[in-house]
Design a protein around this ligand. Sequence first.
Ligand code: WTA
Length: 655
Amino acid sequence: MNAQIDHALEEIRRFRPSPEFAAQAVADEGLYDAARADRLEFWADQARTLLQWEKPFTRTLDWSNPPFAKWFDDGELNVAVNCLDRHVEAGLGDRVAIHWEGEPGDSRAITYAELTDEVKRAANTLTDLGVRSGDRVAIYLPMIPEAVVSMLAVARLGAIHSVVFGGFSADSLASRIDDAEASVVITADGGYRKGRVFPLKPVVDEALEKSAGSVRNVLVVKRGENEIGWNSDRDLWWHETVATASNEHEAQGFEAEHPLFILYTSGTTGKPKGILHTSGGYLTQAAFTQKNVFDLHPERDVYWCTADVGWITGHSYVVYGPLANGATQVLYEGTPDTPHPGRWWEIVEKYGVTILYTAPTAIRSFMKLGRQIPHEYNLRTLRLLGSVGEPINPEAWIWYRHVIGGGSIPVVDTWWQTETGAIMISALPGVTDLKPGSAQVPVPGVSIDILDDDGTAVEGEGGGLLVVTEPWPSMLRGIWGDPERFKETYWEKFGAAPDKTMYFAGDGARRDEDGDIWLLGRVDDVMNVSGHRLSTAEIESSLVAHPWTAEAAVVGASDETTGQAVVAFVILKASQAERVTDPAEASEELRRHVATQIGAIARPRQVFIVNELPKTRSGKIMRRLLRDLAEGREVGDTTTLADTSIMQVISAQVR
Ligand code: WTA
């Protein structure tokens, strides 16, 4: 009961910006006024003031063929120049762009001048390898500076990067390489994680054996010093090519709608979608939100976003947002608890981090460890905290603000997606009163609504489906190679008529009496584990691909630390009954199998071996009932099951 009262009290708690913070804040009410007065002119203005254009644009938005938007489309710019050269030309070459910290404790400080140089060299090397505008380059790297350099070098050439998170398996990497027909892969021998070197190049080798053969070259950074195989017709060392390449490179401007990157994400089907982002609009909104949501003062802040560059948060808020603003940031290679549980706080102290952006799952695991660990470090430099990836529960919000932030600094909860490219819903620090647990309000220039299942807007207080009602600059421009899937998945939820063209986010949301938005999690078969999106269907098809499996059903069960956890129910093939006698062993084997097929992040927390799955008369698996079981709840209404006694049988097997 007490916990419930606490919860309720916290939910209605509000925090006004302190006058000192507000006085120095980058953002002000005027941003909302300007966006309300003329949304398109507001974005045009941001694009002109935040970015350097080789050729100025005269058109802001072309929405004549929805849902295919074009922003600033007669303008030209070079994204890498915007992140690098122009800062050096403005006299900021000596400013540190990246304070890199390796997991074992080695470190490097890289200035804007040095980073620009390195990107030019890498661009020259990629050109030598035949990479041209529009070509795809896959990047499979640990969190080392070369990851940032590679992305920017690809962007500089007008080529398209596809970063694949280093935790993905050879199969996942191969399917992404094939889908995008990448001609070059950039990787490392290995990287540090949890105190050990994890190999990457061997995974690339294995992926390329499986792949269709578009890859001509593999560029390898030496990091782990681990033993690797070498194909001298194909493989090149970074330190023998990039390091010796010329640092002269003339960048050319590309059209604002020139593709910048593809990033794969899980959807409701088994096949990951290649989300496509383009240049001018993406960079405008990434730069705008970086500056205003994080109250960035590039001349004095030290910013740290803990996301891996393999995810959208790493793209927009490790690479493009901070660098477009000329910020100084920390880049950390390893895990939060290596070699000791205070590692993150040691880094905050060491570099004097002022702005920290991380995920609720991390905050909750620190809460579990207790406040004495962060209290051993000086965290007084922190002046703003951010959260992303999943709903942050009010308890975690309060803990974050008090224990990490010292009790009085703003915490911004930012809602957005791979598809939206940049932050869409968030308080503006110094302007908005903060409310723990709520992502609050759309950023200026973004139009959000909550609809019923039939597409009617929910007036005032109430819950429903989250939609974006107007195009926004950093919106996805498509799914690589699949325009139909793009339309169906995101734009035709409420019908295909032009007046129903609205972006369906796949999230449930509620508006409270103040108009603040609360995110309620996914409404489709997408799970959110530690802030990472995983597809139910993808894990099911991986389980079914195992020779022992006859049928599989996967659900996302709520988990105290990771938000959700993957729980699978598997029926083994009758033909395997003699071979597989120990269910515990079978379950272990299947967990391992998913980790090898997709990647360790997809490894189910539990695999239950059962004889039956709950199905409706039409044969549809009722995941809702399995979720009840996985969460240890009483099983809900079973009347629509073909056989209503099935759940008792399954419950007995699971317990
Ligand atoms: C969830 C990550 C609640 C949501 C940037 C969304 C959130 C999915 C929040 C996108 C938040 C992200 N509050 N839920 N502040 N931020 N989500 O593509 O379900 O990896 O649809 O992008 O994460 O995940 P993605």
